[in-house]
Ligand binder design. Structure first.
Ligand SMILES: Cc1cc2nc3c(=O)[nH]c(=O)nc-3n(C[C@H](O)[C@H](O)[C@H](O)COP(=O)(O)OP(=O)(O)OC[C@H]3O[C@@H](n4cnc5c(N)ncnc54)[C@H](O)[C@@H]3O)c2cc1C
Length: 796
């Protein structure tokens, strides 16, 4: 039987890039298998445009990497890829959109992208004279955009990989896969093939290929249209590199194609195509144009680019590409399927192809993607995201909103509510406005029953309600639903030793809890967890609800005999009760004297008024507080009892304000895979005196050299808007940090942000500036938390 170390399924831009990146790392026993010819999926008829914008900064950086790879791969392969770095302009037609673009410029500055700037309408028309300026307020110019020949790019990657020793097998469909002791056995049209690793880069067929190994990836094909015009005299007269144009309010994009133009449409009423995956016999062919579907947007496009309206149409291109609920790819290993890798759902292959190739090759060869690729990690979704209802609703929403303004704290409606906790109806009746985390409805804040949330770039209309919730916690008592936490029970004779090695912190004694970072061997964070010891050999490990698949993949990879892990996230739920009156409330609830229950004590109480309640004393709000967790069936009852004791319900937004006042970080903001314990202050929870643990050597090395940046609180004073995250921190003209999260501090009465700032700047005590919606605001670096720096309220 033919065998390889890695087999990549799919010869589009993604598969060939994966193959090339594996070859680049020196692997040669690798093959790509393609059903028909290279490019025969979405890749051959792409418009070939690329850009580095993404709502995740790491994916954006990887998109820049994709763009930077094109000249190299063209040169190495000797294939002409028709690369044109023309730059691109995003058009704005409202003052609100201009503000949004201004914030985007600041984001580019934070990313170190040079030459990105706002443009006035005259300059836009000078550069792209076919733009009708009517109604425009301005635009944003990005020099790193452009387009290329999509076929050339695929053949360049394939050619360069082949030169480095990789094998490419065409006209060979993979029919099935099974895992054997020797590896993955692929059944193909040309016979069986054995491989240690198999990569699903099957584009529009990605869901079907996933089904072959028993998983249902949340990816589905969706239709997309562009047209190519005949020669346009006004374009022929342009003798400079005409930038590509995206008309954000007009739903269209434009790029020059020889003497004519490509005009593409992101219509507001998109259509799916074969949700289960493209038919196996679908070749490199086009679908008949569906002009009715895009007529409205096309009309707007012809009004914005009038010269095109009178030009003949040379070609309609109507095809499909793979899309996921959030528009980002599905990359990485899958729990329980060793040697299987997803490289699917790549919607913008010409912006992201090399990004996916690099991450997968690093992961396969080095055991690590090399960067914090969570935003495209296949583990960011669970099975729940792959039901047709959810998948079709969310992918429709993503496509239709592709060019719409996105707002901080905006909660989109598609596919919701999917999962709710038992207390959902009660909380809704109390005025909860929900957001979704990993499919679960979680209260954001509580308002009047007829309240309509209006998102905004500035402070939104939830502000007074959040203020009220914060005041309740600081002055009285509030309760936060802890459905946003995940809970794993770790038990068995090996449990303590296993956790001691997996986690960097101290394993608590029975009846106590502890906070601990979980580290990667390279010393970066893999979790900010709390551990509660219920018995000598029984623990609860608590993390974030939305990281369930990601954390369990890590746990499973490191699991040893004698340890059992159960995911209790949906089986046990509760509330975190915080505020000066919380002791009194918990005492009334349990009928017990809580005065001897110390900070970080934790006990499973079965003699409380509610059976089986785990009480743990701690508070993310920085107040006297107790986390109360009960079997899910009793959660609604718990809430009703708390409400009866006068507890104010609070949501995520109030928690943000409260925790930022205390300088407490959370995952995805202050703590990510890209950051270290030294930078984020989580090193204070490392038990340096215990024996070996994963990441110890790297953490010790960081401790010896000192962290290059530090997590600090910034006080922005009395502003009208708050930072939200990813804003640059400036010292004069130099970017010296990045905001990780921001909120108005309702109790301290100031706009606050947490930020990672260069250590030398922190130590100098210099005043810095933060770009908030693109406007620089002076900010003071605080040397201690803005609220209760001694921690006496929480420990009292
Ligand atoms: C009209 C249109 C315009 C677009 N414009 C742009 C653009 O300007 N910029 C941009 O970045 N993106 C654009 N895209 C999207 C882009 O085409 C895709 O993101 C990209 O092509 C995805 O590449 P891929 O390699 O992941 O998938 P594909 O190109 O679909 O490749 C998957 C390959 O897997 C093979 N395969 C599947 N199953 C099997 C099997 N069982 N055995 C063997 N082989 C198998 C298929 O034959 C296929 O060749 C556009 C798409 C369309 C439809």
């Amino acid at each position: 039987m033919q065998s390889f170390r890695v087999v990549v399924i799919g010869g589009g831009i993604t598969g060939t890039s994966v193959l090339y990146h594996l070859a680049l790392k020196g692997w040669t026993d690798i093959a790509l298998i393609e059903r028909t010819e290279l490019t025969a999926g979405s890749s051959w008829h792409a418009a070939g445009g690329f850009h580095a914008i993404n709502n995740d900064t790491v994916v954006a950086a990887l998109q820049s990497y994709t763009i930077s790879m094109y000249p190299k791969v063209a040169e190495e392969s000797g294939v002409d890829i028709g690369l044109k770095l023309s730059g691109g302009i995003e058009l704005a037609s409202t003052p609100e959109r201009m503000r949004w673009l201004k914030a985007e410029v600041a984001w580019h500055e934070m990313m170190g992208h040079e030459g990105v700037r706002l443009m006035d309408v005259d300059e836009i028309v000078d550069l792209v004279p076919i733009v009708n300026p009517e109604g425009l307020t301005g635009g944003l110019f990005d020099p790193d955009e452009g387009n290329l020949d999509p076929n050339g790019a695929v053949y360049a990657y394939a050619g360069a990989a082949r030169k480095r020793g990789a094998t490419i097998i065409t006209h060979n469909r993979v029919l099935g896969m099974k895992r054997t002791r020797a590896g993955w056995e692929l059944e193909t049209e040309q016979g069986p093939i054995l491989t240690e690793h198999v990569v699903n880069a099957a584009g529009m067929w990605g869901r079907k290929v996933g089904n072959m190994v028993g998983i249902n990836h949340p990816v589905t094909p969706i239709l997309h249209h562009y047209l190519v015009t005949e020669d346009v005299p006004e374009i022929m007269a342009i003798d400079w590199a005409m930038p590509a144009v995206t008309d954000l309010e007009g739903w269209t994009y434009l790029q020059r194609e020889q003497n004519g133009a490509v005009l593409g449409v992101y219509e507001s009423n998109p259509a799916h195509w074969h949700p289960e995956g493209a038919p196996w016999d679908y070749g490199a062919k086009l679908l008949p144009p569906d002009i009715d579907r895009i007529a409205t947007e096309l009309e707007i496009g012809f009004a914005r680019f009038p010269a095109l309206a009178s030009a003949g149409i040379k070609r309609w291109v109507h095809g499909a590409f793979a899309i996921t609920p959030d528009g980002n790819p599905l990359v990485g290993p899958v729990r329980g399927l060793p040697g299987y890798w997803a490289a699917a759902g790549v919607m913008a292959g010409y912006s992201q192809g090399a990004a996916v190739g690099l991450a997968i090759a690093n992961w396969i060869v080095d055991g690590d993607p090399g960067d914090d690729v969570y935003a495209m990690d296949v583990a960011r979704f669970g099975d729940w995201a792959a039901s047709d209802d959810y998948l079709l609703a969310t992918t429709y929403q993503f496509y239709a909103r592709r060019f719409l303004t996105t707002y901080p704290h905006e909660q989109l409606p598609a596919g919701r509510p999917l999962h709710t906790t038992p207390a959902y109806e009660d909380l809704k009746a109390a005025g909860a406005q929900f957001g979704a985390t990993w499919g679960l409805e979680v209260p954001q804040f509580f308002g009047p029953l007829d309240f309509e949330h209006v998102p905004s770039l500035q402070r939104d209309n939830a502000f007074p309600h959040i203020a009220r919730e914060v005041a309740a916690v600081r002055n009285d008592v509030g309760a936060y639903e802890t459905g946003v936490y995940s809970r794993y029970q770790v038990s068995g004779p090996g449990a303590a030793a296993w956790l001691d090695n997996l986690l960097a912190g101290r394993i608590p004694a029975v009846g106590r809890m502890g906070l601990t970072p979980m580290l990667h061997p390279k010393g970066t964070l893999m979790g900010d967890l709390s551990v509660t010891r219920l018995a000598e050999d029984r623990f609860w490990v608590i993390g974030s609800y939305y990281l369930q698949e990601w954390h369990q993949r890590w746990f499973t990879e490191h699991l040893v005999d004698g340890v059992r892990i159960e995911n209790l996230s949906d089986a046990w739920l509760g509330f975190a009760v915080s505020g000066p009156r919380s002791r009194e409330v918990v005492a009334a609830l349990t009928g017990q004297d809580m005065s001897t229950f110390r900070f970080m004590d934790a006990r499973l109480m079965d003699d409380t008024l509610i059976d089986d309640m785990l009480i743990a004393r701690m508070s993310l709000a920085g107040e006297l507080g107790y986390e109360l967790t009960v079997p899910a069936a009793r959660q609604a009852e718990l809430w009703r009892r708390l409400a009866g004791l006068g507890v104010t319900p609070i949501g995520d937004r109030a928690i943000d304000s409260l925790r930022i006042e205390k300088g407490f970080g959370i995952w995805s903001a202050e703590f990510t895979q890209a950051y270290t314990p030294g930078e984020t202050g989580l090193d204070r929870f490392i038990d340096w005196d215990k024996g070996d643990f994963i990441g110890r050597e790297a953490a010790l090395a960081e401790r010896a050299r000192g962290a290059a940046r530090q997590l600090v609180t910034l006080d922005l004073g009395a502003t009208e808007s708050d930072a939200v995250g990813d804003e640059p921190v400036w010292l004069g003209a130099r970017v010296v940090g990045i905001v990780t999260s921001g909120s108005y501090g309702h109790h301290v009465g100031s706009s606050l942000a947490l930020a990672l700032v260069d250590t030398e700047v922190v130590e100098s005590g210099a005043k810095v500036e933060v770009s908030v919606i693109g406007e620089r605001q002076l900010a003071r670096i605080l040397t201690e938390p803005a609220y209760d720096p001694s921690g006496s309220r929480m420990r009292g």
